[in-house]
Ligand binder design. Sequence first.
Ligand code: TXA
Ligand code: MG
Length: 361
Amino acid sequence: MNKNPSNQIPNLKPIDPYLETKIITINPNEFKSEELYEAAEIIQKGGLVCFPTETVYGLGANAFNPTAINQIFKVKGRPNDNPLICHISDYEMLNTLTNHVSENAKKLMKKFWPGALTIVFPRHPNVPSETTAGLNTVGIRMPSNRIAFELIKYSKVPIAAPSANLSTKPSPTIGKHCVDDLNGRIEMIIDGGKCDIGVESTVLLMTEECPVIVRPGGVTLEMLREVIPETRVYKVSTNVEMEMKPPTPGMKYRHYAPSVDTIVVVGNKKSDKIVELSKMYKLKGKKVGVVCWSINQLDCDCFRKIDGDEYKGMAQHLFVNLRDLDGKVDIILIEGVDEIREGLAVMNRAKKAAVEIVEAN
Ligand code: TXA
Ligand code: MG
């Protein structure tokens, strides 16, 4: 198996000239506004800054600067038909990005902003088509992480930001993983510690009568239904034509994958199965990593047990473990969770990372 990530990312080109990336560390619970001024200046001048949010780290640029937006696609090796989410810090910024906010959207914004909910609005004509990948809609969210929020505020423009990983790799949720992917490719990385939620925001289409989740994330279906009971999850169709034109372009692409083989185990007997698979791979001479929440002990090379609530816990620790175990082991076994609450997002990401889903009943 090819273990060199840059060789696995088809669109990844070297950045020329090589950039000296400034890496700064900021304590998200206690910082002075001055600590963010240089980052805000970089954004205003058309540069790229990687910053923490409550979901995952983002790779940000001025949403209204097409050259800076193109650079995001280049730095990540991202296909340019996959639109970016615009991050705002106030409602004036919202009005520069869209001129139609429905009553349902207002209800959701009131309840979930700032937070892990991206709402898809009709696009304001001033938003560059580079940012929305040519769509006539735009995804917008107001982040709650103080560093992200204040950075947008001082930049005085909406910040368009995809997750800060190189395309196809799992999203970074700690500063080190941003440095691994982006050092030498952008102007600045802000290390603001661990992201609280650990998976990306929920992307919600509001173009139909009822809201449709096209990417499950930090704000759960259950939470959304408390505000709008008709909210539903987009069901992936088996119709090939539909799959070529999904409601969110991100659905088309392979995502979240470490370069080692990853297996997700589900079903009533999943913990027994993980023990059995781990033994089997070890006998074959493979190094095994296990990410689980209900198994207390296991003989493997890297054992990562998530404590506390399995839904929130697996969300917080899935990406960080996938990235950390990549290169340390030959095979990663993930214990599945029920597809409820944050478990819906966890299983969506885990299944996309997996080469195989094993059902143990
Ligand atoms: O939590 C997050 O959402 C993080 C942080 C940095 O905010 N961002 C993030 O961005 O995950 P990205 O680019 O990795 O994923 C954005 C997803 C993609 O699947 C994209 O297709 C979808 O949102 N999206 C963006 N704009 C859209 C639009 N106008 N219509 C439908 N889907 C859209
Ligand atoms: Mg992403």
